[in-house]
Design a protein around this ligand. Structure first.
Ligand code: ASP
Length: 321
């Protein structure tokens, strides 16, 4: 009988030590449609500090509608968050993917991150110059590498290895939207799926006129993006330096985990922290009960919206004509 506990403990420690790749295969295999009928929520944003154009408002509405259809059919929060970010990256009318803003050298450097609330697994990428969909690469970093955060040429090499689409610089710089000097419009999504799982993702070209190599909060897990099934999913936008220093997304999750406060309180407290260091911005968030909080510092506008199981789109600073 002595042998059994020993054998069990050997087996358990073998599982714990299993290389990440094996765990990945196991976790990818569980990505079957969600059969449960629990609440669903998708919230998205298109940046902060401006009001959406008609085209941007339409794009946000389309993403909410498409995301709702997917979640209603049992799609996983993680997949829908990735999909939503990809749509906005490809639209060319937000500061992400194709529409990414310029550095002070006229180049485009993109950042993105994604996080799974089920196991706190995450992937993040920064300073990409040739990857069409940074959020897709962030997902690949999460699923297919032992790493969380990859940057620059090393990250681009991974994109090629994973056969993701790469592009030449004119894909980003040719966009008509780039003619405008400053380009807000970081994008992000948070979702609660029918299985009760949370996910968050954010994608950006960063701040207009940034120095090459500068990275903001969007790809920093705990600053611009965070998701934990025990607490909430958060995607932020704004002055990245301040959001990193205030540890905004992680702070919200920690407040929920370690106090009895609700999501509104946690969001307000965290944005207060941003204001206390003279920063500005906003965020979208959904907690494990499906509560949605969208908030900004100093009542700044933030084109954003959310949808629940009834399919009714709620948009703000994004009027549909
Ligand atoms: N937070 C982004 C950054 O600092 C920019 C933005 O959200 O507008 O890179």
């Amino acid at each position: 009988m002595k042998g059994l506990p020993f054998l069990l403990s050997v087996l358990l420690s073998a599982c714990a030590a299993a290389p990440r790749k094996d765990r990945e295969v196991a976790s990818l295999k569980t990505e079957t449609p969600c059969q449960a009928r629990a609440k669903l929520v998708l919230a998205i944003h298109g940046g902060v500090g401006y009001v959406a154009s008609e085209a941007q408002a339409r794009a946000l509405a389309d993403v909410l509608q498409g995301g709702h259809a997917r979640l209603a059919q049992g799609a996983r929060a993680l997949d829908v968050v990735q999909w939503a970010n990809e749509q906005m990256e490809d639209s060319g009318i937000f500061n992400a993917g194709k529409g990414g803003t310029r550095t002070n050298q006229g180049t485009v450097e993109l950042d993105a991150s994604i996080m799974d609330g089920r196991d706190l697994d995450a992937g993040a990428v920064a300073s990409l110059k040739d990857v069409k969909n940074p959020i897709r690469l962030a997902r690949m970093v999460k699923d297919r590498t032992p790493h969380v955060f990859m940057v620059g040429p090393g990250a681009s090499a991974k994109a090629r290895e994973f056969k993701l689409e790469t592009v030449t610089p004119d894909y980003f710089t040719a966009s008509a939207e780039k003619k405008s000097e400053s380009s807000p419009g970081t994008v992000g999504a948070v979702a609660l799926d029918r299985c009760g799982d949370l996910a968050a993702g954010t994608s950006t070209g960063g701040l207009f006129g940034k120095a090459p190599g500068r990275v903001g909060d969007s790809p920093v897990i705990g600053a611009g993006t965070y998701a934990n099934n025990k607490t909430a999913a958060i995607s932020a936008t704004g002055e990245g330096e301040k959001f990193i220093r205030a540890n905004v997304a992680g702070r919200i999750s920690n407040i929920l985990e370690y106090t009895r406060e609700n999501l509104s309180f946690a969001v307000r407290e965290s944005l207060n922290q941003v204001e206390a260091i003279k920063g500005s911005g906003g965020l979208i968030s959904v907690d494990r009960q499906g509560e949605v909080v969208i908030a900004t510092t100093q009542k700044e506008p933030m084109p954003s919206g959310f949808v629940r199981e009834d399919g009714k789109l709620v948009l703000q600073d994004a009027a549909l004509k």
